[in-house]
Design a protein around this ligand. Structure first.
Ligand SMILES: [Zn+2]
Length: 343
């Protein structure tokens, strides 16, 4: 059963149990379209945990230990693949239109493509890191989520299994196999269980899939991975405008300057060492807080500018050469509308 506790403040929390799930949500509940989406999403996520985590569970979490830190490289599977099935479940239940499903997935993949953490850490590393990542030792630039990383792996693993077996084997088949092979024998999943099962069901190409996209840090080659499937794939790149041209993706204004919140990996700003948390004071001798995005749009490619900023109160400066950062866009649409809808 589902137990919902609706509270008069902003909170979103849920925990899966063996035969139920418990939720704490704001009392608006499902009052409008956005909160209904959120309500259905979190409910579908916890429902899927009945299989993934409550039955299919990493051996490291079997039995649960509450007296020590427990490390596993499989959180991309426990949470991320559950998140992949959250969307798939809503699609299959008819609670989400295919157009919305694919549009949301494309937006999430696009966002990951432009977030440095996913090029710096593998899904397995983000999983191991779950005890440490939210702490302040690491700048925001380098923090990634194993939910997002695992959702992307879930989608690409499903597609790779289908591609390699002409649709005979899907991620559903893999989960059923793991259920019989481990859960029904009273066992947890060893760290290599997913890879072994995928290779067994999908063939040798799955070995390199795991090396590149689960244990490794490769950025997905969407055109190659989705080739031959009934999907239209479009990967485009366009230059950022405004502050994004120099690689400053998010900032907030403070009285003295601009507090940097996100810097694009490989951009001009990142190359001179500007980091989230730094306070940008001057750009080419002008006060940074007085500059509009249009200032950056007016500069010629290759223009040189001196940046001045502070980190923990220490002054820093460097000359940058403007080389517009590129924003990648991923768009994936099914050729047949019912693709992924059937079990
Ligand atoms: Zn979860």
């Amino acid at each position: 059963h589902f137990l919902y506790l609706l509270v008069p403040f902003s909170m979103r929390h849920a925990v899966e149990h063996a035969y139920s799930a418990m939720f704490v949500l704001p009392e608006e509940g499902a009052a409008d379209e956005t909160s209904l989406r959120s309500f259905l999403g979190i409910s579908a996520h916890e429902l899927f945990h009945l299989w993934n985590v409550k039955r299919l569970r990493p051996a490291a979490l079997w039995p649960y230990r509450y007296d020590r830190e427990v490390y596993t490289s499989l959180h991309w599977f426990t949470e991320g693949v559950t998140d992949y099935y959250t969307g798939v479940s809503l699609l299959r239940a008819g609670l989400m239109e295919p157009s919305e499903y694919w549009q949301r997935l494309s937006a999430e993949l696009t966002q990951m493509e432009n977030t440095p953490a996913y090029a710096l850490f593998s899904p397995a590393e983000l999983s191991i890191d779950s005890w440490l990542a939210p702490s302040s030792y690491r700048p925001a630039l380098y923090q990634g989520s194993f939910y997002a990383a695992g959702k992307r792996v879930g989608f690409l693993l499903d597609m790779t299994l289908r591609r390699e077996t002409q649709g005979r084997v899907t991620l559903d088949s893999l989960l059923r196999y793991l259920y019989r092979r481990y859960y029904l024998r009273g066992k947890g999943l060893p760290e290599a269980a997913l890879e072994q099962a995928a290779v067994r069901l999908g063939g040798p190409a799955l070995k390199s899939f795991f090396e590149r996209y689960v244990w490794g840090r490769d950025t997905p080659d969407y055109e190659a991975l989705l080739a031959g499937l009934p999907l239209r794939v479009e990967v485009t790149q366009k230059p950022y405008s405004g502050w994004g041209r120099v690689g400053i993706l998010r900032y907030r204004a403070e009285s003295e300057g601009l507090r940097i919140e996100e810097v694009l990996l490989g951009s001009a700003a990142e190359k001179v060492g500007l980091e989230p948390g730094d306070l940008l004071l001057t750009v080419g001798g002008r006060a940074a807080k007085d500059l509009s995005p249009a200032f950056w749009d007016s500069l010629a490619e290759g223009a040189q500018l001196q940046l001045g900023w502070t980190r923990d109160g220490f002054p820093l400066e460097a000359a940058i050469q403007l080389r517009s950062a590129l924003q990648k866009h991923i768009r994936i649409e099914p050729i047949a509308e019912d693709f992924l809808k059937s079990y």
